[in-house]
Design a protein around this ligand. Sequence first.
Ligand SMILES: [Zn+2]
Length: 287
Amino acid sequence: MQKVTPQVFTDTTLRGCNPSMVVTDAGVVVVDTPQLPTKAVAMRQEAEAHGEIRYVINTEHHVDHIFGNYYFRGAGMVVQHQGVYDNFMEVTPSLDSFAYAAEAVPTDDPEGEAIFPDRDEYFADPNKGHVVFTGDLTLRVGNHTFELLHTPGHTPGQIAVHVPEERVVFTGDTIFSECQTWLMGSNVTQWLAALDRISALDVDWVVPGHGEVVTRDYLHRQRSNLVDWVAAVTDAVAKGWSREETVERVDFSERYPVDVGQGYMMSHIQTLNAGSLWDKITQGRPA
Ligand SMILES: [Zn+2]
């Protein structure tokens, strides 16, 4: 894994989120788990080489942040916001989370097929939250503080994990650094407030949900991505464009590539982002 500070590690090279860990003098705290099976197993080994895993914290409920929890069963307590717990591995008409996790394995982790559970095995113990909270929560582990800050917007249960002693914050997908932002299912108004909250932290490093580690300077670029998407679709609605016309014409694919391993999803992301914003704006719901 990449060293962010002497005690903080992350991996920005995997398909899925940036799984991370903080090594304290009283054990290891994991922040999000790798979606791909062999990557999850390898990260657990690497973490345990530094000490006992005390907590596994999830920053959001999206599959690529939580599926790997399965491979961390028995390794400390899983800490989740209520909003993550309630939506954990959700099955909706448009998304079967388990199928989504399974789909990436043959192409991105063929050796993982041997350790990929069947659906019943998985749901018997997916390693869901043991400590579930609302609002914010502070954990102390050895000489380190973990401030779990509720920063909804990208998802309802979104949190940022601020570790002041390391001058680091892990934001989950409140930040997509230099890659496409997924904003279907999001509340952009809340998301902008989340960026304000994070920008008030005195940190040197921002570990995003996807893309390279950045500094606080990047926050305004994430803000622009959100504001520009909403402005473009608001403008489309004002011009009377239909949903189909909006999806066809509003496109930010030139701005950034898609994160590792998901390049084939570029037009899917544009369609989901434009379509979901059009739905919300025309229905008078918050964007
Ligand atoms: Zn996400």
